[in-house]
Design a binder for this molecule. Structure first.
Ligand SMILES: [Zn+2]
Length: 178
């Protein structure tokens, strides 16, 4: 019997991302590591990967920080509702209290959601925040300047968080980092 000899298809693990490959592939198609590259190319890819892994850590920290803003909005809404309720006897102030407590509960819920789904929580949190401020502006134009600084800080922090989520996803995908 004369079997044609097949080229060896040994399995190897990618040094960078540990995905299993058949020997023969030049570049890891999961993380871009040059499996058949020169030592120099391999070393520089590993260094690049390490740099981006550090960047990823920083972005994860920033995402975490911006999710705390969600709890901050919850606290502010509750505080504002209670203060409005306490400071006047008008009947409609009850509604201000109810709406603000509802808002507070929503943001607490978003804070919990952000543990598993930070992107969704931040996008919803940002959208609701902008919507509330627009509605306030339409119904009571004088509210725009009230606490404007803190509103800007909240909006920017949420935007920063969303940006970090997108950047983190990009790094994870490019280097196949879990
Ligand atoms: Zn790899």
């Amino acid at each position: 019997m004369n079997m044609p000899s097949l080229p060896a298809q040994a399995e190897t693990n990618c040094v960078a991302c540990n995905t299993t490959h058949f020997s023969g592939e030049a570049v890891c198609n999961f993380c871009g590591y040059p499996l058949k590259g020169t030592e120099q190319e391999q070393r520089s890819r590993l260094a690049r990967r390490a740099r981006y892994a550090v960047g990823l850590e920083e972005k994860m920290k920033r995402i975490k920080q911006s999710t705390y803003i969600l709890y901050g909005v919850a606290a502010l809404a509750a505080l504002y509702g209670i203060m409005q309720y306490a400071s006047t006897n008008e009947q409609e102030r009850v509604w201000v209290l109810i709406i603000n407590l509802g808002l507070s509960a929503t943001y607490i819920g978003l804070g919990f959601l952000s543990r598993n789904k930070p992107r969704a929580a931040l996008i919803i949190g940002f959208s609701v925040f902008i919507l509330i401020n627009l509605l306030n502006l339409l119904t009571e134009p004088t509210t725009l300047t009230r606490g404007l600084m803190i509103k800007v800080v909240i909006a920017l922090a949420l935007v920063k968080g969303m940006k970090a989520v997108i950047e983190a996803q990009k790094i994870r995908k490019e280097f196949n980092i879990e």
